[in-house]
Design a protein around this ligand. Structure first.
Ligand code: SF4
Length: 251
């Protein structure tokens, strides 16, 4: 898959946000490079876990994944995507049956509505083809900026930064990307992470947050960037040895 850098995501497009002035970084460029270099050694090929068979089913899966685990979404969509892997088939299935398939997922009533509405819009406005454009993607019901970023990355190979709860926490805790909103953090990370690491960076940060830099108690003794990290609450400054993980670890 060709990787398209989306560093220009924040600028130059009608309707896009104006780039803000970057806050002064606690990290030198060399330190940031080294942090992502180590992540790349630890997880050379990180992958998203949401199962899908085409860009359309990816949009649906990501829209369903808000406040739900990837494993939970995969369980619910396995049969759904076997029956309905296009917007037309989803509409033919109908909202009540979609609801039935996804009822194990949080907020399923609203999500079923959105799946039908976004399928209808894809047919009406985009010739049933998932657009490769963030401004177009966010016009789909149930698709926000974060979902659009995941779709652009996983379906189309764009380098994007979908800021979830883990990335939000790590950005602020470490001072790599301090910000009050996900958009601020996305902006800083997109501009600070060296281009060569940008495509995989959001998966690396998510996995680092899930397994090491955890919300309640970061496991600094197991952290491969403990020497570089500038978090106030870090409990260890000796980096853990890098062990290459062949398979992505997802829960
Ligand atoms: S040293 Fe601790 S606080 Fe810093 S990134 Fe690693 S786990 Fe997080």
């Amino acid at each position: 898959m060709s990787k398209k850098t989306d560093k220009s995501a924040m600028a130059n497009k009608p309707g896009s946000r104006k780039p803000k002035k970057l806050p002064r970084s606690k990290y030198t460029r060399a330190e940031i490079w080294e942090i992502f270099n180590r992540f790349s050694q630890q997880r050379p090929e990180p992958k998203g876990e949401l199962e899908h068979v085409n860009p359309y089913t990816l949009v649906v899966a990501v829209a369903l994944s808000a406040q739900a685990t990837d494993v939970g979404v995969n369980k619910a969509t396995k049969e759904l995507f076997r029956i309905a892997d296009t917007p037309e088939k989803m509409l033919a299935l109908g909202e009540a049956k979609v609801r039935e398939h996804i009822k194990t997922i949080g907020l399923y009533r609203n999500k079923a509505k959105n799946v039908i509405a976004l399928s209808q819009k894809l047919i009406d406005d985009f010739g049933s083809v998932v657009p490769q454009d963030r401004d177009a993607l966010v016009t789909l019901p149930g698709v926000g900026r974060k979902t659009a970023n995941v779709v652009l990355s996983m379906a189309f190979g764009h380098s994007t930064m979908a800021v979830d709860t883990h990335i939000f926490r790590i950005g602020n805790r470490t001072g790599l990307a301090p910000g009050k909103t996900p958009d601020d953090i996305e902006d800083i990370l997109m501009r600070r992470i060296p281009e060569e690491f940008l495509y995989h960076a959001h998966h690396w940060l998510i996995l680092h947050g899930r397994y090491t830099c955890k919300a309640r108690k970061p496991e600094c003794e197991a952290c491969i960037i403990a020497d570089l990290c500038k978090a106030k609450e870090k409990t260890c400054s000796v980096p853990a040895a890098i062990v290459t993980l062949e398979q992505p670890q997802f829960q």
